[in-house]
Design a protein around this ligand. Structure first.
Ligand SMILES: [Zn+2]
Length: 660
């Protein structure tokens, strides 16, 4: 059976990845039948069995997957000038490094240009030669486990020759020809290939994924403790050798001028491609240079995405409505004459605020033509009036809340309704947010259901959800016993949601999913988060001053704390504080350059070095403007003086001990 699985997987690779089958379809089907019979007979299915590609049972939910190494997003270049700035930074960093390490200089930079696919990023984990996990990108740190769905993608190998632990990254795509074919017979045609692939993979029914006949290009190795590649080309060779489908379009260049030419040719050939791309990715080839260049808090410094211009259309601005959000923020929404842009119908478009209307020259645009842009991956955006001199009706911002009539307050560029506890859209907004997928994930509690319960005075804030019972629900419009039971079940289930979800759910301003996870890992309970000092908060990665102030203001508000403590009567969102694993990334030293000077009372200097390296710091010998921190002990000399002069953050021994 083992040999049969291997044989069929080999033919899958030849057929789906290399497009070069060596046996007929009939022979292939025969082998598959043979395997199915064997599996039935023995009651055993090997993990890499190709019979699993058809998709199995509907799954109960997505399991979180923590990526072994961060899936970064890329910095974007919208122009050649951006690209040149990036190249200059790369060169400068290399020169700076070489000045300090003249004996081990980095080579002159050379670059690889790849296509930027417009699909869904995937992270695949292989161990002992078998695909053991597949996950979406998520927030880059954790994604959703989608193994059963990804197994249905024929070009993704279920087993590979390499036996070590490795995570590879790529993009799930739906070919345009496949989409067209699918739509010919589909009851519900899919709007575009990008949504089609995301909807297919983030679908709890793997059979739906299988029906869409997805494909995937793999382009990077994320985590590989036992591999020591030095060049981009070696990475690609490894991927090919291990049967991954690699896009044939990979071009190496050493000057920005050549890259510019390359980009033009990609643009020219773009309509010929059978899949969506929205630009090209340019990376430094040399992997040692990559590690020297390192990362900002968001992006690798050694790669950049060049985005092609988005598509635009002209349509009429019919009206502007003012919507009240969950935080009381008033957002103008432009209602447009429906228009098709890049295969998607656009009929409304959010504007940021009143100044946005001014900035875009839309003050007198009502009833006139405006230009809307939609790039592949962003929501539609109004650029301005088609004829800037045209004069339509005036857009007048409201003075009073369109929902509760309370006078609006201006805060920065935004208008706010401060009637938090008695303004329906804000109250319903919080309940809907509380129940949403990324928060407590209460299935069945949509915005309309929340409104229904609110209108019937069954809930005023999220804590009321946990007091609902069947008597409350049955008899409401469209609520039968079954639906009520389902909702109550989902509410019950949410009581054991993780602390990160709980923090996200209670709607602290400026605290998103990513920060929630960081806070949950760092504090382990709501009580501890509540009593955290500003210093403790800002010490965490990605938690800045504004977020820290928001958290403290939130817990300083009695109305919020009352609701939170009522919620805690029902929910138990504990989270063990992560120590070892998170330490490597969730601390201020991670990825930073640190210099140590002087002697320390409680530990040897070598131990300090070791500890900082464990925390992900690069420990340097000399102070320069690239130094992020200077750790100083007794008898610190010239290094400290120099660091002070450069404005580098100084950390003494007791401060260091409190951090590590
Ligand atoms: Zn209001």
């Amino acid at each position: 059976m083992r040999n049969l699985v291997r044989e069929i997987n080999k033919h899958c690779h030849l057929y789906y990845t290399l497009d070069n089958p060596i046996i007929s379809d009939i022979d292939f089907d025969y082998l598959m039948d043979l395997l199915r019979d064997l599996e039935k007979e023995t009651g055993m299915i090997l993990p890499a069995s190709p019979t699993q590609r058809v998709g199995g049972n509907i799954l109960p939910g997505f399991q979180e997957h923590e990526h072994r190494s961060h899936l970064w997003s890329l910095e974007k270049a919208n122009s050649i000038a951006d690209l040149k700035t990036w190249e200059a930074q790369v060169k400068k960093a290399i020169q700076a490094h070489n000045a300090v390490h003249p004996n081990f200089p980095l080579p002159d930079p050379s670059y690889v240009v790849e296509l930027k696919f417009d699909g869904l990023t995937l992270n695949l984990t292989y161990n002992n030669g078998v695909l053991v996990q597949a996950a979406t990108r998520g927030n880059g740190i954790t994604g959703e486990g989608v193994l059963a769905q990804v197994k249905t993608i024929s070009s993704i190998p279920l087993e590979i020759p390499y036996m070590g632990l490795v995570e590879v990254q790529g993009e799930g795509i739906m070919k345009l020809s496949t989409l067209k074919k699918y739509n010919e017979t589909a009851i519900e045609p899919l709007k575009n290939a990008r949504n089609a692939v995301a909807g297919a993979i983030r679908n709890l029914n793997p059979q739906v994924t299988a029906e869409r006949k997805l494909d995937a290009y793999i382009y990077n190795i994320g985590y590989s403790p036992d591999l020591n590649h030095t060049q981009h080309s070696e990475v690609f060779d490894f991927l090919k050798l291990n049967r991954f489908k690699v896009n044939p379009y990979v071009q190496y260049h050493s000057t920005i001028e050549d890259i510019m030419e390359e980009l033009e040719s990609i643009k020219l050939n773009r309509p010929e491609l059978d899949y969506l791309i929205d630009g090209a990715v340019i990376k430094v080839c040399d992997l040692k240079t990559r590690s020297v260049l390192g990362y900002t808090s968001k992006y690798p410094k050694w790669a950049i995405a060049y985005k092609f211009e988005a598509e635009e259309a002209v349509t009429s601005l019919n009206s502007i409505t003012w919507e009240v959000g969950r935080t009381g923020k008033i957002t103008p929404v432009a209602c447009l004459e429906p228009v098709e842009i890049g295969g998607v119908t656009v009929s409304s478009c959010t504007l940021n605020n009143n100044s946005d209307i001014e900035r875009k020259g839309l003050r007198y645009a009502l009833g006139k033509d405006i230009i809307v842009r939609r790039s592949n991956d962003v929501i539609p955006e109004i650029l301005g009036m088609e004829d800037p001199d045209a004069i339509g009706e005036q857009v007048i911002p409201p003075q009073y809340c369109p929902s509760c009539q309370r006078e609006l307050v201006k805060n920065g560029a935004h208008l706010f309704c401060t009637n938090t506890w008695n303004c329906e859209p804000q109250q319903i907004g919080w309940i809907t947010h509380f129940s949403s997928k990324e928060a407590m994930d209460i299935e069945g509690l949509s915005e309309s259901t929340a409104k229904l319960l609110f209108d019937h005075k069954l809930i005023k804030d999220p804590s009321d959800l946990y007091r609902l019972d069947a008597n409350n629900l049955v008899g409401l419009p469209s609520f039968q016993i079954k639906k009520a039971a389902k909702l109550l079940n989902a509410i019950e289930k949410s009581k054991s949601a993780s602390l990160a979800r709980f923090i996200r759910a209670i709607s602290i301003p400026n605290v998103g999913s990513n920060s929630s996870k960081i806070l949950a890992d760092a504090f382990g309970s709501i009580e501890r988060l509540q009593s955290a000092t500003k210093e403790e908060l800002t010490r965490l990665p990605d938690i800045g001053e504004i977020v820290a102030i928001s958290i403290q203001a939130y817990f300083g508000n009695e109305k919020y704390t009352t609701i939170v403590s009522r919620l805690l009567d029902f929910c138990n969102p504990e989270n063990p504080v992560k120590v070892d694993q998170s330490l490597a990334t969730d601390n201020i030293f991670n990825g930073k350059t640190v210099v140590i000077t002087g002697t320390f009372e409680t530990m040897k200097r070598d131990d300090v070095t070791l500890k900082l390296q464990e925390l992900g710091a690069k420990v340097g010998s000399g102070v320069s403007k690239n130094t992020d921190f200077l750790i100083f002990g007794e008898k610190a000399g010239s290094k400290k003086t120099k660091a002070e002069g450069l404005g580098i953050r100084l950390i003494n021994e007791s401060e260091l001990l409190s951090i590590i």
